[in-house]
Design a protein around this ligand. Structure first.
Ligand code: G
Ligand code: G
Ligand code: MN
Ligand code: NA
Length: 250
């Protein structure tokens, strides 16, 4: 298809870009890391969402090439940051079915020169479920090298709680569906409260996604949530704007 050919071409010509969104310590608003988010604008197609082109690359079998180039760019950017903030990078489900993934990631990091302890990989419940044994092996190999693993979009997948028992994660990212209603809907507030308490008991870090208002911050601070992310703190922006953001924020 046209879009597939354009995407393959964009990978070869290094035209797929990475933006970064701040992740902040809620207690004091200090920036602790950034999530890398793929961005692609094609001359003919215009902006294409990663929600479209990532699944396409998975389906057509070139997600490794796409992810390699994105991780390389993201890791290079992370090296230019003035502090040793962590880099959070999304892994797709197809990558968790491929036994070569851990080696690919570690070799990209080593080529760029980014310490694996600065990398966090975001995976979803659906992804770990589809190929549990392979996923578990990939996760173990990466964690053994110091890479941390985040469970993304937490609360929206299937059998979330069992995943926390069976797999080894470092962090949980509470899906923004809960955060967007946290000040208006008592059920969402109770669910978020329970997730935070559970994470404390399991010794997992927790990030609230989709924070858009100061009222959300106030509530999450009262609930003892460690980290937050969302438009309230900053939208995803390109590498240069990320450096400027870091000059203006702690
Ligand atoms: O930033 P945005 O809302 O457009 O992202 C849409 C979806 O694409 C999100 O689910 C996000 O996790 C995913 N995504 C963004 N960048 C990457 C990437 O580099 N790799 C993978 N696998 N998914 C990504
Ligand atoms: O699936 P994942 O959580 O990786 O997707 C992250 C996506 O959420 C990014 O595409 C980003 O653009 C989007 N996002 C980040 N912060 C906010 C926010 O505060 N509100 C909304 N609606 N979307 C957000
Ligand atoms: Mn994510
Ligand atoms: Na998420």
């Amino acid at each position: 298809t046209q879009i597939e050919q354009a995407l393959r071409n964009a990978i070869i010509t290094d035209a797929v870009d990475v933006h970064f969104q701040p992740i902040v310590r809620i207690r004091d608003g200090v920036v602790v890391g950034f999530e890398a988010l793929a961005r692609w604008r094609d001359a003919d197609l215009g902006f294409v969402s990663p929600a479209v082109f990532v699944p396409l690359a998975e389906e057509r079998g070139f997600i490794d090439a796409l992810s390699d180039t994105l991780l390389r760019k993201a890791a290079e950017a992370a090296l230019s940051w003035p502090r040793e903030l962590f880099l959070s990078f999304n892994l797709s489900s197809a990558q968790l079915m491929d036994p070569g993934t851990s080696r690919n990631i570690l070799s990209t990091l080593s080529r760029v020169g980014l310490d694996p302890r600065r990398l966090e990989l975001e995976i979803t419940e659906t992804a770990v479920m589809t190929s549990a044994d392979t996923a578990q092996r990939i996760i173990s190999e990466l964690r053994a090298s110091g890479v941390r693993i985040s469970l993304d979009d937490f609360g929206t997948g299937q059998s979330s709680l069992g995943r926390l028992r069976d797999f080894t994660f470092d962090k949980v990212k509470i899906d923004r569906a809960f955060i967007s209603r946290i000040t208006s809907d008592r059920a969402s507030e109770h669910i978020v409260r329970a997730i935070i308490a559970m994470c404390q008991g399991l010794d997992l870090s927790v990030v609230a996604e989709g924070i858009e208002e100061q009222a959300d911050v106030d509530m999450l601070r009262a609930l003892g949530c460690g980290m937050g992310q969302g438009y309230h703190y900053g939208r995803p922006v390109d590498g240069a704007a990320t450096l400027r953001y870091l000059q203006d924020h702690y």
